[in-house]
Design a protein around this ligand. Structure first.
Ligand SMILES: [Ca+2]
Ligand SMILES: [Ca+2]
Ligand SMILES: [Ca+2]
Ligand SMILES: [Ca+2]
Length: 561
């Protein structure tokens, strides 16, 4: 298969969180959410909690209905103690568990009803709406002193009154999610990626539904909005397989005090170059988000490094954070299909910095494993940049960036996966002092095995409640004992010295609901509260989210190379 086609297939499968192949392989969808608030957690105890998507989970005998395990933070770090299990057959949660719903393929955390407890949005991209197969849906679970529950939960899809467009087959609404306050009313809002939405007759052009928070939850106040490339002010135009909405991130890129929405379109053709990819910035205002003055970036725009090439999938993952601590949020854009020199799909990221007026190409960077200080080397199909998340891991006031490299070989073990951690500073991100982790690094639990997919998904939160931001790495194809692709997550702790390895958590760990079963793909998506908000030194009003990636972040059923 030609590389570009291969990558396209990989991306398509990985971004949707569901596919027919998923029953055989597993799924992929990546999303990490955030909300601009200090100490955001579901039960309000001061330690951030982490949601782990298990979209391949069977509910009873219903295969790949999907579930979410919620793991609670504490001074000792993430553990199974007090954890919760949710799926669509839990009381109060809308719809019902059905085959290939893939509940948990994407996750986002925010306080959507402004009661001080974080709430959880769960993507269910394979959900059928009425008789419409895989139109997709989102369940919203609300937090309380007792943690998350099904009580008062909300269910959204495109046939709900007020939500734009209509539910159509294989839209996969809910493939990517991001939370943040996009209208500055102090209440978090939810962006929902619908990358396979048809715009008019243009198939898989993609769209984003934006639901605003209110004291009564999402969609209770300001009217929801629908965005795609044919909306006035938004760059380019809707073309087949643009996959607009495959990834999402939120940050205040123009430092206006109101957060803005970054949208990846990794399938975007640049000129005649297919799937080179693009990323948009839609600005938040007190009147809500609109296309006015929006920005469009891709490789080939003056000042943006590298050139657009087929299958780069620029925009397959996004990670926001103020890497240079100047008050303007910055954006890392994954291009996991990017060739480094002659090395295909080694992967790279472009970093664009915030300024008055939004993101600027001034000082922009291209970073990959061939850059000085960045661990490992670029190799065929590493997929560097498949998942991204920002967090101030060393608590120095500069947001740092974790980069998933889920297909990295470790020694002679193909596809075991790795992450590179790049630290922020006055000059922005750099390779200086960067860290490289995989499961054969001392202190990191488990062992690197073929196609574990370590680094497929990433989430951050101050799970210890001690200041430095902590990291959770999804390893969805990890075998638990002899159970293949049951999936696991590796926890890391932040400190002034950077990250160190911690617990390995999966469904056979005491306290964690259900049991490890084949192709559960626990960890295909992970979600935590706002990375920047957990750092007192960081600027306010920044949320970070990484979404599904290409060849890999928030997804399922992706065939392994
Ligand atoms: Ca809430
Ligand atoms: Ca809001
Ligand atoms: Ca900045
Ligand atoms: Ca830092």
């Amino acid at each position: 298969m030609r590389r570009s086609l291969l990558v396209l297939v990989l991306v398509a499968v990985s971004t949707i969180g569901w596919s027919p192949a998923r029953a055989l392989a597993s799924g992929a969808s990546g999303v990490s959410p955030a909300s601009p608030r200090v100490q955001a957690d579901f039960n309000g105890d001061g330690a951030d909690d982490i949601a782990v998507g298990v979209p391949g989970e069977s509910v009873g005998s219903i295969i790949s209905a999907g579930a979410v395990n919620v793991l609670l933070g504490s001074a000792g770090g993430l553990s199974g103690a007090g954890s919760q299990l949710f799926h669509q057959d839990v009381a109060g949660i809308g719809s019902a568990a059905e085959e290939f719903d893939s509940f948990g393929a994407a996750l986002a955390v925010g306080d959507f009803n402004n009661d001080g407890f974080d709430d959880l949005a769960v993507g269910v991209p394979g959900e059928s709406v009425g008789l419409v197969t895989a139109a997709g849906a989102v369940n919203v679970l609300f937090g309380s002193a007792g943690g998350l529950s099904g009580a008062g939960s909300q269910l959204f899809h495109q046939n709900v009154a007020g939500i734009g467009s209509t539910a159509e087959e294989f839209d996969f609404f809910g493939s990517a999610l991001a939370a943040g306050d996009l209208d500055g009313d102090g209440i978090d809002d939810l962006a929902v990626g619908v990358p396979f939405e048809s715009v008019g007759t243009v198939i898989e052009a993609g769209a984003v539904n934006l639901l605003y928070g209110s004291p009564t939850g999402l969609n209770g106040g300001r009217a929801s909005a629908l965005f795609h490339q044919d909306v006035a002010g938004i760059g380019s135009s809707a073309q087949p397989f643009d996959l607009f909405g495959a990834s999402l991130a939120i940050g205040d890129f123009n430092n206006s005090t109101i957060s803005d929405l970054a949208v990846g379109a990794p399938g975007e053709a640049v000129g005649t170059v297919d799937a080179a990819g693009a990323a948009h910035v839609l600005f938040g205002r007190a009147t809500g988000v609109s296309g006015a003055s929006s920005q469009l970036f891709h490789q080939g725009v003056a000042g943006v490094g590298s050139d657009p090439e087929a299958g780069d999938f620029f925009g397959g993952a996004l990670g926001a954070g103020d890497f240079n601590a100047d008050g303007f949020a910055d954006l890392a854009i994954g291009a996991d299909g990017e060739s480094v020199g002659a090395i295909p799909a080694a992967g790279a990221i472009n970093v664009l910095y915030g300024a008055v007026g939004g993101l600027t190409t001034t000082g922009s960077q291209v970073l990959h494993q061939g850059v000085a200080g960045v661990g490992s080397n670029p190799e065929d199909f590493d997929g560097f940049g498949f998942a991204l998340v920002g967090g101030d891991f060393d608590n120095d006031g500069f947001v740092d960036l974790a980069v998933g490299v889920p297909f990295e070989g470790v020694g002679v073990v193909p596809g075991a996966g790795a992450i590179n951690v790049l630290f922020g500073g006055g000059g922005g991100l750099s390779g200086a002092g960067s860290q490289l982790f995989h499961q054969d690094v001392a202190g990191v639990g488990s062992t690197a095995e073929e196609f574990d997919g370590f680094g497929w998904s990433l989430a951050v939160g101050d799970v210890q409640g001690d200041g430095p931001v902590d990291l959770v790495v999804g390893v969805p194809f990890e075998s638990v004992g002899a159970v293949e692709s049951a999936g696991a997550v590796n926890a890391f702790s932040g400190s002034v010295a950077g990250l160190t390895g911690g617990a390995v958590l999966h469904q056979d760990v005491a306290g964690i609901g259900s049991t490890a079963e084949e192709f559960d793909v626990f960890g295909l998506a992970v979600g935590g509260p706002d990375p920047q908000s957990a750092s007192a030194a960081a600027t306010s009003a920044i949320s970070t989210t990484s979404a599904a990636a290409a060849g890999a972040s928030e997804g399922a059923g992706r065939p392994l190379p």
